[in-house]
Write a protein that binds this ligand. Structure first.
Ligand code: FE2
Ligand code: FE2
Length: 421
């Protein structure tokens, strides 16, 4: 989106062509946004609807600005469906994280969950967990039962158009839902295109993991197959689910592609730390980071929205055991060095650090201990990032954050009023 000229940069008589979201269609006019500025533009082309231009679609638009001292007028010179596959409608609506407290706005949201509750006087209200494609927030629709929302086709796992007012609760943004309606039947918005994904594209992360492993794939002592080769084989056999699986039911990385994002960041951290702690076996560290949560592919079912639920085997065996046994099974046909394979499996079954957190045994090698620390580090960093996303600068949460054991503060580096204790 950054490479295009923006509407706000336009001078009188300027013409620009760029992808824009058609946020509404009125008689002879289109409401258009480049993600920063929303304008109403006159359109003379009566055939635009036949080209597939609909409300909520991204289009390649050419607009001209005519301005007098009193007013600015925008004209649509040309419009056609967007050809850039990187453009997605979700990038154009105002994000929950960018909304200031006290503002009311309307935008499409995915309904992750809907729960009916009762207020102090016993009136029903519905608590909605909604997603803008980037973060999940809670919105309350007062004096409304879940049933009455279902009746107007507003339901879990669907998209709806919501009018929301941003408020604050417990140091984080929370929202009141003023109004909510189902999308028009012919809306181009799909749940799949709207889903929350990690900040790095899934294929970029996968390709980088792949090439790092490929660079490590060398015979050990000139005769054994490398465990990097084994890791590659496991990834390729499970590529689709490895790329889209969530990493948790709640807690850290609970989004579509969360497992890949977590494994990717851990691989990069492992690689960097091998440059400091040079006695660590780099191949074990990289393969351990990439495979440590592989058992989650069978521990959870990830929905199209990235929500995860435990499977039966997940409940019965957990991802440490399932991961280690899958690796053992996958290694059956290869000529791997037994000790190296044993060390990799030890890393998998001990990566939760201690039995209280689900580890089968304590980490007993330097690589296993380091893997546990990187795992813990990545989960904690994610918690900060996820919470910061919805916090105002210079504020503290009113409650402790679950896996950080403390209330957290979002620094404001611009503040001048802070006295260092
Ligand atoms: Fe794990
Ligand atoms: Fe993990």
């Amino acid at each position: 989106m950054n490479d295009y000229e923006t509407i706000s940069q336009m001078e009188p008589e300027d013409t620009i062509t760029r992808p824009m979201l058609v946020s509404d269609i009125a008689e002879g006019r289109l409401l258009l946004t480049d993600g920063e500025t929303e304008i109403s533009a006159l359109i003379f082309d009566r055939e635009f609807k036949n080209k597939g231009i609909k409300k909520d679609s991204v289009a390649d638009v050419t607009i001209t600005l005519k301005a007098t001292d009193e007013q600015k007028k925008y004209f649509v010179e040309n419009i056609s469906p967007c050809t850039d596959p990187e453009q997605s409608a979700k990038n154009y609506y105002i994000k929950f994280s960018d909304i200031s407290i006290g503002t009311t706005f309307t935008r499409p949201v995915i309904i992750i969950d809907m729960t009916e509750k009762k207020d102090k006087s016993g009136n029903p209200y519905t608590e909605l967990t909604i997603c803008d494609g980037f973060s999940n927030v809670t919105a309350r629709k007062f004096k409304t039962s879940a049933d009455s929302l279902e009746k107007i086709n507003v339901r879990k796992d669907g998209i709806a158009r919501a009018k929301l007012t941003a408020g604050e609760f417990n140091g984080a943004k929370n929202f009141t839902c003023e109004d909510i309606t189902a999308l028009e039947n012919d809306s181009p918005l799909t749940v799949n295109a709207f889903v929350r994904v990690p900040p790095v594209p899934l294929n970029v992360m996968y390709d980088e993991i792949y090439s790092v492993l490929k660079s490590l794939d060398k015979k050990l002592f000139g005769k054994y197959d490398s465990i990097a080769e084994l890791t590659l084989k496991i990834l390729e056999a499970n590529k689709e689910s490895y790329m889209t699986s969530s990493a948790a039911v709640s807690n850290h990385h609970n989004l579509k592609g969360g497992l890949l994002y977590h494994s990717y960041r851990m691989m990069k951290a492992a690689d960097a730390l091998c440059g400091v702690y040079t006695s660590l076996d780099r191949e074990l560290m990289i393969c351990g980071a990439v495979l440590h949560d592989i058992g989650k592919l069978w521990e959870y079912n990830t929905s199209i929205l990235g929500g995860a639920e435990f499977t039966e085997n997940g409940v019965l065996f957990g991802h440490l055991y399932m991961g280690a046994s899958y690796i053992k099974e996958s290694a059956k046909d290869g000529n791997y060095n037994k000790e190296k394979l044993r060390m990799l499996m030890h890393m998998i079954v001990s990566h939760h650090g201690n039995q209280e957190w689900g580890a089968v045994v304590f980490p007993a090698t330097a690589e296993a201990r380091m893997l546990h620390m990187i795992d813990d580090m990545d989960a904690k960093m994610y918690s900060f990032e996820d919470n910061y996303n919805l916090m105002e600068e210079g504020t503290v949460t009113k409650e402790k954050i679950k896996n950080l054991d403390t209330n957290i503060y979002k620094p404001s580096i611009m503040r001048k009023d802070i006295l260092i204790p």
